[in-house]
Design a protein around this ligand. Structure first.
Ligand code: GRF
Length: 189
């Protein structure tokens, strides 16, 4: 079965753009829609520029308006979280078992959970004096950042690294690996 993706975003959308470009021309993988909970997310502009349909669903609508959410992502068989901040509601997890995938910018279980997103993660990694960090691609379950892991990729850190340079190193891993791992997962069905 071919993959039809709904990509959920909240922010800049560099991962979203990278995924759209990676699968362009791939007959087995279609980006059906990009859904943002933030009307001003730059990810929406990126999707628009790449001719991908977009929609805004607020965090409250996501929790409370199941009908709206399901009609927006109708026909999709995968949900990809690419920098999406709201908690995924249980009804979506139940309807998409092992079909919601998230990317987290640390080596989970380290630096995961509530409040651990974006720069907060890289600041915590720096403060802890870690010698390595990385990314975790994982299925989404009811507990934030605790779903079954699909893949991790590491990068080495030096004492000179700052939260900004850590973010840059993690970003390189995200760009190189996220779409490739998704493609492998989709191939397995
Ligand atoms: C990425 O670091 C991703 O790992 C995390 O949020 C960030 C999103 O960046 N979940 P972008 O919006 O894809 O540029």
């Amino acid at each position: 079965m071919s993959a039809k993706l709904a990509i959920f975003v909240s922010g800049s959308g560099s991962n979203c753009e990278n995924i759209i470009k990676y699968f362009a021309g791939n007959k087995e993988v279609e980006i059906s829609i990009v859904v943002s909970n933030k009307p001003d997310a730059y990810a929406l502009t990126r999707a628009h520029n790449l001719n991908v349909k977009t929609s805004i669903i607020t965090a409250q609508q996501l929790r409370e308006d199941q009908k709206l959410v399901l009609s927006t992502i109708e026909g999709c068989n995968w949900i990809i979280l690419a920098g999406f901040l709201p908690k995924v509601p249980q009804y979506l997890i139940d309807l998409f078992p092992n079909r919601i995938i998230n990317i987290h910018p640390s080596l989970l279980p380290k630096f995961g959970g509530k409040g651990m997103w974006g720069h907060h993660v890289h600041e915590a990694v720096k403060a802890a004096g870690e010698t390595e960090t990385g990314i975790t691609i994982h299925y989404v379950n009811a507990n934030l950042d605790e779903g079954q892991q699909i893949a991790q990729f590491k990068t080495q850190l030096t004492p000179e690294d700052t939260p900004d340079t850590i973010a840059d190193k993690v970003h390189v891993l995200e760009m190189a690996h996220f779409p490739v791992v998704l493609e492998e997962v989709f191939k397995k069905g």
